[in-house]
Design a protein around this ligand. Structure first.
Ligand code: G4P
Ligand code: NA
Ligand code: NA
Length: 191
């Protein structure tokens, strides 16, 4: 999506270690007009899918997912990064490995908000190694619900997540796929 790529080129900041900071329009301050355009693009890309619910994960997926939910006119649920005290029979739970923070954490969704009748569009801001997404698809499948598609704002194409998710057969639509980035001269290329 050219609008998002242009914005990343203009306002994204490349840090050492292949980290892309997008704090001025996604991860801290949020550009809702941009989110609306992204939501319209996903609406077009998933036009043939019967989607009745959006699923994301806290924290930074929530803003984008809320705008997407309005575009699709459906509710949005966010998976919670849980303390183990919440791991009971009332929740679906899974474990997610974070490479960035080198730890494993539990993620939950209440059984009240995911059921076999649900046709889910998963939304998140970043796709890197894919651990967060695999956790979300695991939660949906635990509920017997259907993953209709996955929408990602920024995929880091040089990490493995996109390949893993596509090989599992999911329709993954990333609006910007970063092929490479260089902190030294602040240059970025898109797939
Ligand atoms: P993975 O889920 O794809 O395996 O990602 P990984 O563990 O590597 O990333 C951990 C966190 O860092 C995730 O946020 C992810 O969205 C974010 N992330 C990964 N690469 C980048 C990057 O280049 N730039 C930015 N801005 N974020 C990146 P999180 O910690 O789960 O959550 P939250 O920030 O939504 O609370
Ligand atoms: Na994040
Ligand atoms: Na995120």
């Amino acid at each position: 999506m050219k609008l998002l790529e242009d914005r990343i080129r203009k306002d994204g900041i490349i840090r050492e270690g292949n980290v892309l900071k997008v704090d001025s329009f996604i991860n801290h301050q949020m550009d809702i007009k941009l989110f609306e355009e992204m939501a319209k693009e996903w609406k077009r890309l998933f036009a043939d899918k019967k989607i009745n619910k959006i699923l994301t994960i806290e924290a930074s997926g929530i803003g984008i997912a809320a705008i997407v939910a309005r575009e699709f006119n459906v509710p949005v649920v966010f998976a919670k990064k849980s303390k183990s005290i919440n791991l009971d029979d009332n929740n679906f739970s899974t474990k997610i490995q974070s490479f960035t923070h080198s730890k494993i954490y539990d993620v939950i969704v209440s059984k009240k908000f995911l059921s076999p009748e649900d046709h889910i569009l998963i939304i998140d801001d970043f796709l890197a190694n894919g651990c967060a997404l695999l956790g979300l698809t695991d939660l949906v499948e635990s509920a017997g619900a259907t993953v209709e598609g996955i929408g990602i704002a920024i995929e880091k194409g040089f990490q493995q997540g996109g390949k893993i998710i596509r090989e599992k057969g999911y329709q993954l639509e990333s609006l910007a796929i970063v092929e490479s980035m260089n902190a030294a001269d602040n240059t970025i290329t898109f797939r």
